[in-house]
Design a protein around this ligand. Structure first.
Ligand SMILES: NC(=O)c1ccc[n+]([C@@H]2O[C@H](COP(=O)([O-])OP(=O)(O)OC[C@H]3O[C@@H](n4cnc5c(N)ncnc54)[C@H](OP(=O)(O)O)[C@@H]3O)[C@@H](O)[C@H]2O)c1
Length: 197
């Protein structure tokens, strides 16, 4: 929670400034941050679409997501849907592609980068977004989440009220840590993997 849930909350509420009724797209919806983001989007009153791979669509649907797109079969940027807010937690999709999924005044929040170039490891995408943003109608933002007590309090209340449920794929003992890391790297966990200490 202190990292994934807080990141999702700050991406939607603070950087994304989501309002009730808006259409939100979460890319990487089955991941650690994504599973929180789709649920928080719903809790904040948005219409939420999640993007994930085939085997995880059931999970993302079960989280209350309004629409689930299988990234191997459906293209969120084909122009058939436009979103007020896109939260990207996955991959390194080009900015132009992400912008095609936005409304003319929509907001893009770049939460994570997977892969990327030799020099910048993908962070150049955030730099380009920040440079481009003042010149286009859309708001293009990066995110560096900050741990804040009041955010954890809000999340605790939401979880206790049943509005948000942390998704735990597997739990490992500390002595099984190498196996847990291997599972994370090779299998692509659904939500989070927990190590109990
Ligand atoms: N900005 C911040 O302050 C902050 C804070 C925390 C985390 N992060 C970053 O946020 C990102 C997500 O973190 P996480 O803990 O949610 O990771 P995660 O649990 O590994 O989830 C990432 C999801 O992305 C999808 N994915 C991975 N590679 C992809 C690719 N090449 N193309 C499309 N989808 C891909 C996977 O979904 P499928 O298997 O369904 O494809 C996976 O469920 C990471 O880059 C992390 O470093 C940033």
């Amino acid at each position: 929670m202190p990292l994934s849930a807080v990141t999702a909350l700050q991406a939607l509420r603070d950087t994304g400034r989501v309002r009730a009724g808006q259409r939100v797209l979460v890319i990487g919806a089955a991941g650690g941050a994504g599973t929180f983001a789709v649920q928080l989007g719903k809790a904040l009153g948005a219409h939420v679409t999640g993007v994930c791979s085939t085997t995880k669509t059931d999970l993302v649907r079960a989280l209350g997501t309004d629409e689930v797109l299988d990234c191997t079969r459906e293209d969120y940027a084909d122009g058939s849907r436009r979103f007020d807010l896109v939260v990207d937690t996955a991959g390194n999709a080009p900015l132009a592609r992400l912008r095609r999924a936005l409304t003319r005044r929509g907001t893009l929040v770049l939460d994570g980068e997977e892969g990327g170039g030799r020099w910048f490891g993908g962070t150049d995408r955030v730099l380009r977004a920040l440079l481009l943003s003042p010149f286009v109608g859309q708001r293009l933002c990066g995110l560096i989440s900050a741990e804040r007590g009041e955010d954890l309090e809000s999340l605790k209340e939401l979880i206790e009220a049943g509005g948000v449920t942390p998704v735990v794929d597997r739990a490992y003992r500390l002595s099984e840590l190498p196996e847990a890391i291997r599972y994370l790297r090779e299998s692509g966990a659904r939500g989070k993997v927990v190590v109990t200490m």
